[in-house]
Design a protein around this ligand. Structure first.
Ligand code: MET
Length: 397
């Protein structure tokens, strides 16, 4: 019985049930974790026909996937669930967000469409992948107003991120989709998640996630996923089979589990982030706060003094790159997440040397503020003045 099509269900319900509808009939509560790398069959002729079908169409095979580079049932549950949350026909998962972006670029290049139009800022490694031309693509950077004019006959993709990493700059996705005409718009939705924004509803044909972040939610699983129509998903599955950037089934299991709490986590973390953004904006030690209109759990802010001292001053907040975990993380984009972007290009994207990016977790807001407040004071103190207790030297485990 198809339980998915009748009455539309809310995001919170989909987050818990999508991709798991068959479990009760299987007599299971948790999703099964299938770690098989290969799938036995005594019927080689049938397997040949199924492989031919996959090579020609990229459609998911009925029955066992022959080999784990074609497909995996646990990962497929995560794909089904994320597609449902983003409101797309399909989704295809990869080993990381960068593997997912790579597959999209290769899929478009394979059609002879090597040119990409993109708006800065993007996540540093996305910027680098486009700017370096490492995959044989060519990029034109533009602002939203220049997008339509930047499109050429060989443009295969327009790529944007909103709210953007790390400045949280927001774009009008509906207006951009309009300017794209027939060229697919890729929106990186890692920061907003489908809880706050579903870009496919406003015209993005391709929605990208680093699943490592909010989808997983606990800082212990790496993955990437592309939500899109089934036609493009078929191309992506063929690329994934050819290039091997598959998501490990255990990662698929953890990501599916992570989706269950996504709406609750994002809402709770966003409420704390909004309060911290409000306090930071009122603080004389902070020269500028970036917090998106749509909300979310990311806050970026510029400090008047040395941003490195703030990083070294936190004790509760984790001084680490990445985001979307249950604990609060802070990092200095010019040093880490956007280090690989040339300084001039960082500045074009609005990434100042004094910008700090914070991913707000599930801790109590007062505990977080106390830590941030002390770290900001550490940022104002002269290096030779007494500060917070020094940390022990890092020792290898
Ligand atoms: C290797 S640097 C960055 C990891 C992650 N995409 C982030 O923006 O934090």
């Amino acid at each position: 019985m198809d339980t998915t099509s009748a009455v539309p269900r809310s995001l919170a319900t989909e987050a818990v049930h999508a991709g798991r509808e068959d479990l009760a009939a299987l007599g299971l509560h948790a999703a099964p974790l299938d770690l098989s790398t290969t799938y036995p069959s005594h019927d080689s002729r049938a397997e040949a026909a199924r492989l031919d079908e996959f090579a020609q169409t990229g459609a998911r095979l009925q029955g066992p996937p022959v080999y784990a580079r074609l497909d995996n049932p646990t990962v497929a549950r995560f794909e089904e669930a994320l597609a449902r949350l983003e409101g797309t026909e399909s989704a295809v998962a990869f080993a990381s967000g960068m593997a997912a972006l790579t597959a999209v670029l290769l899929a478009r290049s394979a059609e002879g469409l090597r040119h990409v139009v993109a708006v800065r800022p993007l996540y540093g490694c996305s910027d680098h992948l486009l700017n370096s031309g490492l995959l044989g693509t060519e990029v034109t950077w533009t602002d939203p107003a220049g997008l339509a004019a930047a499109i050429r006959p060989d443009t295969g993709l327009v790529m944007v991120e909103s709210p953007a990493n790390p400045t949280l700059a927001e774009l009008d996705l509906a207006a951009l989709a309009e300017s794209c005409g027939s060229v697919p718009l890729l929106a990186d939705n890692t920061f907003a998640t489908p809880v706050l924004q579903r870009p496919a509803e406003t015209g993005a044909r391709i929605v990208l996630h680093s699943a490592t972040k909010y989808l997983g939610g606990h800082g212990d699983v790496m993955g990437g996923i592309v939500a899109c129509d089934e036609e493009f998903a078929r191309r992506l599955r063929q690329i994934r089979f050819a290039t091997g950037g598959v998501l490990h089934p255990l990662a698929g299991y953890l990501l599916l589990r992570g989706l269950s709490t996504l709406p609750v986590r994002v809402r709770a973390q966003s409420a704390t982030a909004a309060e911290l953004a409000r306090r930071l904006a009122a603080d004389p030690r902070v020269s500028r706060v970036h917090y998106p209109r749509i909300g979310g759990a990311m806050v970026a802010f510029e400090v008047g003094e040395d941003p490195h001292q703030v990083i070294s001053g936190v004790r509760l907040i984790t001084p680490a790159v990445s985001l979307g975990s249950v604990d609060t993380l802070i990092q200095h984009p010019a040093s880490i997440s956007h280090r690989i972007v040339a300084e001039n290009d960082r500045h074009t994207g609005g990434i100042s040397e004094n910008l700090l990016r914070m991913s707000v977790g599930l801790e109590d807001v007062e505990d977080l503020w106390r830590d941030l407040d002390a770290a900001l004071s550490a940022g104002r103190r002269r290096p030779d003045a007494p500060g917070r207790e020094p940390l022990a030297e890092r020792v290898a485990p």
